[in-house]
Design a protein around this ligand. Structure first.
Ligand SMILES: [Zn+2]
Length: 251
């Protein structure tokens, strides 16, 4: 039995707290594990607590660009103290939509670079938020030696996808790919050994998902769609992405 991995979900989000027992049982029954990313110090602690409840929760902690003003020193300590417990660092990255001026963006860059240097030092993979900042991120990444770099919810151009492949990044596709042709085209042009799948819950997805909060149980639909786009069987696709997950996580 091959497990399926959600490479990016925020299970520590309040949206899920009331259903956690059910979610963890579902994960076990559906054979799905998840890279659970965090937003800030508080959600990173929740993610760590969650990982104590289930080995299917692979904890990623860090500061998201939306929370760039959170206490950086405390986060550095949290990551360092828990380096043997965490699977990776994330969600980290850059996003100008969350800042109003240059100083705000400089702070995001500072926090991002600190997270990258920790990932390099501790040998951890990272989960990167790159909305409309791929070019900036491409200029920063080569200064660090990090084996597992995931550009989650990849939505760049074909040229940017090529650059991501040159830099040996993984890219992930989620529920939006099920109904968006442009994402399917990107998937078809992604190096097969760099494809990961995700839900990015608790994001709500439109079209066939009816604005429902993304659940881990959406993942088989994403896998089914990816298999169709790449002319593979469901099981072939499952094996391929799981090999990629292991390579991303360095296990
Ligand atoms: Zn996210």
């Amino acid at each position: 039995m091959t497990w399926l991995t959600d490479s990016h979900i925020h299970l520590s989000d309040d949206e899920y707290s009331g259903d956690m027992e059910y979610i963890l049982t579902t994960m076990d029954k559906m054979k799905i594990r998840a890279c659970c990313v965090s937003m800030d110090n508080a959600s990173s602690k929740s993610t760590l607590d969650l990982s104590k409840r289930s080995s299917l929760v692979l904890p990623f902690i860090g500061i998201h660009p939306e929370k760039a003003n959170d206490d950086l020193d405390t986060m550095v300590d949290l990551i360092t103290l828990n380096s043997n417990k965490i699977s990776g660092i994330g969600e980290i990255g850059l996003d100008k939509t969350y800042v109003s001026d240059e100083a705000g963006f400089s702070r995001q860059v500072l926090v991002f670079q600190k997270m990258l240097s920790l990932a390099e030092k501790l040998g951890k993979p990272i989960s990167v938020h790159s909305r409309r900042t791929l070019d900036e991120i491409f200029s920063i990444l080569p200064s660090y030696s990090i084996k597992g770099v995931l550009l989650h919810w990849f939505s760049g151009s074909k040229k940017q996808l090529q650059k991501a492949m040159e830099l040996d990044c993984f890219v992930s596709y989620g529920p939006a790919m099920v109904y968006a042709d442009d994402k399917q085209v990107l998937l078809s042009q992604t190096r097969p050994d760099k494809i990961l799948l995700e839900t990015d819950g608790p994001v709500k997805f439109s079209k066939c998902f009816g604005m429902k909060t993304a659940q881990i149980a959406f993942l088989p639909s994403v896998l089914f769609c990816a298999a169709g786009v790449l002319n593979k069987s469901y099981d072939e696709m499952l094996l391929a992405v799981e090999r990629n997950v292991d390579s991303y996580l360095g296990v």
